[in-house]
Design a protein around this ligand. Structure first.
Ligand SMILES: NC(=O)c1ccc[n+]([C@@H]2O[C@H](COP(=O)([O-])OP(=O)(O)OC[C@H]3O[C@@H](n4cnc5c(N)ncnc54)[C@H](OP(=O)(O)O)[C@@H]3O)[C@@H](O)[C@H]2O)c1
Length: 254
């Protein structure tokens, strides 16, 4: 039984998929949750009612905007006056042909890096500075198995952004261990959410290839990733800081 009572946890991208499952998992373990969402306001509001509105604070922010990211951190912190754990999960996986138009290519690189990496780095920096002031804290940065092995040719920018996230968690772990800051990269494999379903519906041949390489014979449910995030949020294994934890059903063994 996981115990997170008394902790305040910020989950980005908490409105859907892995983030929504994570909100449920940390709330079930007793945490107060700041649920960040972007467009899925109705889903975020329904989830807050499900876990208890007094224990779930909603903040909207579009990660295309640096000022929105700053405001998200400020509003998250203002709720209880502290954040104990940042679960940096929000992300996009979009695609454009490798051989296609250069303007489309470069626009997608900028958009993906801004949402997946720069906004996450901005939040991690704010969290680490806060943790250093108050004697410690935990960063859990959701990366991907694409960070280890790359992605398909039309979404190379996604894999690059996820490699950046993984590296960010490693630097935080090494640089701020002395301040009692722990940092983990959490690397899901194929997980059944809107993000993966959209990509693979548009790429049936990639899906067939992937389906042949799932030893457990299934897409992971988001709840599996969420349970690992909730476990890491307890800080139970301090010496695992700096590691990347795979939740991929042995589809990619390092
Ligand atoms: N699903 C997989 O197979 C898989 C595998 C490896 C890694 N991951 C990683 O896991 C994380 C969660 O993915 P998921 O599969 O749960 O995706 P998802 O179901 O599509 O949910 C994505 C979340 O990110 C938020 N978001 C999207 N664009 C945003 C933006 N511009 N600004 C702020 N927030 C934004 C969404 O908010 P709104 O809905 O409110 O707009 C939503 O809550 C991502 O970082 C992804 O890269 C997923």
């Amino acid at each position: 039984m996981l115990e997170l009572t008394g902790k305040t946890i910020l989950v980005t991208g908490g409105s859907r998929g892995i983030g929504a499952a994570t909100v449920r998992a940390v709330a079930a373990a007793g945490a107060d949750v700041v649920l960040h969402y972007n467009r899925s306001r109705a889903a975020a509001e329904a989830l807050a009612i499900e876990v208890g509105v007094e224990r779930c604070h909603l903040v909207a922010a579009a990660f295309e905007s640096d000022s929105d990211v700053t405001r998200l951190w400020d509003q998250a912190l203002a709720w209880k006056g502290r954040i104990d754990v940042l679960i940096s999960n929000a992300g996009v996986h979009e695609w454009t042909p490798f051989e296609g138009d250069f303007q489309d290519w470069t626009a997608l690189w900028h958009r993906t890096m801004q949402i997946n990496l720069f906004a996450a780095a901005h939040l991690c920096r704010a969290a680490v500075l806060h943790f250093c002031e108050r004697g410690g804290g935990i960063v859990i940065a959701v990366t991907s198995n694409a960070a280890h092995r790359g992605s398909w040719p039309d979404s190379v920018q996604y894999a690059a952004s996820k490699a950046g996230i993984k590296n960010l968690a490693q630097s935080i772990a090494r640089g701020f261990a002395k301040d009692n800051v722990l940092a983990y990269a959490l690397a899901p494999g194929l997980t059944r959410t809107g993000l993966s379903e959209r990509y693979y519906e548009a790429h049936p041949s990639a899906l067939a290839d992937l389906d042949r390489n799932l030893p457990l014979g299934e897409w992971a449910p988001p709840e599996d990733v969420a349970r690992m995030a909730a476990f890491l949020a307890t800080g139970a294994v301090r010496n695992a800081t700096g590691t990347t934890i795979d939740v991929n059903g042995a589809s990619y063994v390092r």
